[in-house]
Design a protein around this ligand. Structure first.
Ligand SMILES: *[C@@H]1O[C@H](CO)[C@@H](O)[C@H](O)[C@H]1NC(C)=O
Ligand SMILES: *[C@@H]1O[C@H](CO)[C@@H](O)[C@H](O)[C@H]1NC(C)=O
Ligand SMILES: *[C@@H]1O[C@H](CO)[C@@H](O)[C@H](O)[C@H]1NC(C)=O
Ligand SMILES: *[C@@H]1O[C@H](CO)[C@@H](O)[C@H](O)[C@H]1NC(C)=O
Ligand SMILES: *[C@@H]1O[C@H](CO)[C@@H](O)[C@H](O)[C@H]1NC(C)=O
Ligand SMILES: *[C@@H]1O[C@H](CO)[C@@H](O)[C@H](O)[C@H]1NC(C)=O
Length: 444
């Protein structure tokens, strides 16, 4: 049964902070309540611009949970990633930013690239680390991560100082990769994993080694920064001058279309101050399919209060679905991945409706279709996806008439809010309080 709500009814509903949790009686309801709150955080000086990159095929992005195979069909649809310049010792290494994993790893110059057919000259990873990590290697400890599309990285662990935005994690444990099977496009040489320590100990959901503090956690535990970081992703392409061009250094002032990672506070972007919402980061146990027995936190899992979709048309308002399920906030995923029935209702709301393209394995709509509204409700705030993120004009089928939809469906979790959602908000990952906060970005 769909709940068609008039705009009046929506306003009435919005005056309640909480929705019925009956459908999730299994879960401890005290942990599920999201609230809308006044913002107490300030813009920090410790922010660093991220460069957006659009690539034809990105392997191995995101959570190592995906290696269980369930996300296999989705790996080649993550075509957008965000690059940050990491200072490792006295070298600058570009890496992609990921909140769906926790290890930070780099390739070492001279690494071996392996393909299905044997050794090949190029994995499409950029210039790697020259020499060894200055803090030495950890003997007898193998670093390895495998991803659903058959790619993997392997090597060892070592220590070095890692700096981001003026803060240095001293003697940070890092993965150094000497063997890779990868299909990159040459711009990054590793990955910055921003999720909880727990994920460093897991291979495909199983504990395989003792956890260690990832880069941000080291900074926090060393009391260099408050226990939160925040991300503002821009859907616009990179507006910054590439590093090294001293004539036009990256502007530290806010510029429309710049993306940021900020440590200990907010990034310098304008948000709707009325829209701030807070919701708990849930434990791994909520990912029921993975048999996690731990109450510990590992990934940025939240439970939204409701999902809003449809088109406002005369007296006919939007529909709201208050079914609650865990969803990962994942900067390393391009598309958002949500339950089948919900996504089908969204696809139906396009005019003309979206259609499945079997050759692509995804839903597309005419690029000139009327785009419906789609929003995530957290507390009393609804964070709407911009039309550009719902119907991606730059991701077209070969006829050039159909555009890819920014939300895709899955029969099972983990569900994901990826770049198509994150481009609309500032997301605060408050690991000190185990809470996520969001605010709508002002139009940019
Ligand atoms: C709401 O969403 C859930 C999960 O996707 C789905 O099972 C259910 O059928 C939806 N309810 C309505 C009324 O559309
Ligand atoms: C993944 O793709 C295979 C074949 O390409 C198909 O048989 C399977 O149903 C797909 N799985 C999902 C979850 O879409
Ligand atoms: C890096 O360390 C290994 C031993 O861990 C050593 O064999 C190798 O020569 C070192 N390489 C450089 C460039 O120092
Ligand atoms: C960088 O650091 C290494 C040791 O960690 C040192 O051998 C090298 O000379 C340094 N290079 C520069 C340019 O400072
Ligand atoms: C409202 O929807 C109906 C049926 O989908 C359509 O015929 C009509 O043109 C729409 N009106 C507006 C104002 O969009
Ligand atoms: C939308 O695009 C399709 C295919 O490109 C075209 O046939 C149709 O006329 C367009 N509709 C409008 C309203 O522009």
């Amino acid at each position: 049964m769909k709940t068609a709500l008039s705009q009046c009814a929506i306003l009435a509903l919005l005056s309640f902070s909480f929705f019925s949790l009956a459908e999730h009686a299994k879960q401890p309801s005290t942990q599920l309540h999201a609230v809308t709150a006044r913002n107490t955080l300030r813009v920090t000086d410790n922010y660093i611009p991220l460069r957006k990159h659009v690539a034809p095929h990105i392997p191995g992005q995101g959570s190592t949970l995906r290696r269980r195979g369930i996300m296999a069909n989705l790996t080649n649809i993550h075509d957008v990633y965000y690059i940050i310049e990491l200072q490792v010792g006295n070298q600058t290494i570009p890496v992609s930013v990921d909140t769906g994993s926790s290890d930070t790893w780099l390739v070492q110059n001279g690494y071996r690239c392996i393909s299905y057919y044997g050794e090949t000259p190029d994995c499409g990873l950029g210039e790697g680390l020259r020499g060894n990590l200055s803090g030495g290697n950890i003997p007898d400890l193998v670093f390895g991560r495998a991803y659903t599309d058959g790619t993997f990285v392997r090597g060892y662990f070592g220590y070095d100082d890692v700096s981001i935005g003026g803060i240095t994690a001293k003697h940070q444990q890092l993965g150094l990769v000497d063997v890779a099977s990868w299909f990159g496009d040459g711009l990054v040489s590793g990955l910055l994993g921003l999720a909880y320590p727990l994920m460093t100990s897991l291979e495909g959901g199983e504990q395989s080694m003792a956890p260690y503090n990832p880069v941000f956690f080291t900074m926090w535990k060393d009391k260099l920064v408050q226990g939160l970081f925040s991300i503002a992703l821009s859907r616009d392409a990179d507006q910054l001058t590439p590093p090294g061009n001293e004539a036009h250094p990256s502007s530290p002032v806010e510029s429309a279309g710049t993306s940021f990672l900020a440590l200990g506070g907010l990034p310098p972007v304008t948000v709707d101050e009325e829209s701030w919402a807070i919701t708990p980061i849930q434990s791994m146990k909520l990912l029921g399919d993975w048999d996690f027995s731990t109450e510990e936190r590992g990934l940025y899992i939240i439970v939204a209060d409701a999902w809003v979709y449809g088109r406002r048309n005369g007296s006919v308002g939007l529909s709201k679905n208050t079914t609650q399920f865990p969803v990962l906030i994942d900067v390393g995923a391009t598309l958002s991945v949500l339950p089948k029935e919900l996504v089908m209702a969204l696809y139906e709301s396009f005019d003309p409706p979206a259609k499945y393209m079997s050759s692509r394995g995804l839903f597309y709509a005419l690029c000139n279709a009327t785009v419906p509204e789609f929003g995530v409700q957290i507390g009393t705030s609804i964070f709407y996806f911009a039309p550009e993120d719902l119907l991606r004009q730059n991701a077209r089928d070969p006829t050039n008439e159909y555009c890819r939809i920014g939300v895709t469906d899955s029969y099972f979790g983990p569900y994901v809010l990826g770049v198509t959602f994150l481009s609309n908000v500032v997301a605060v990952f408050d690991v000190g309080n185990n809470e996520m906060r969001f605010a709508s970005r002002k139009k940019y």
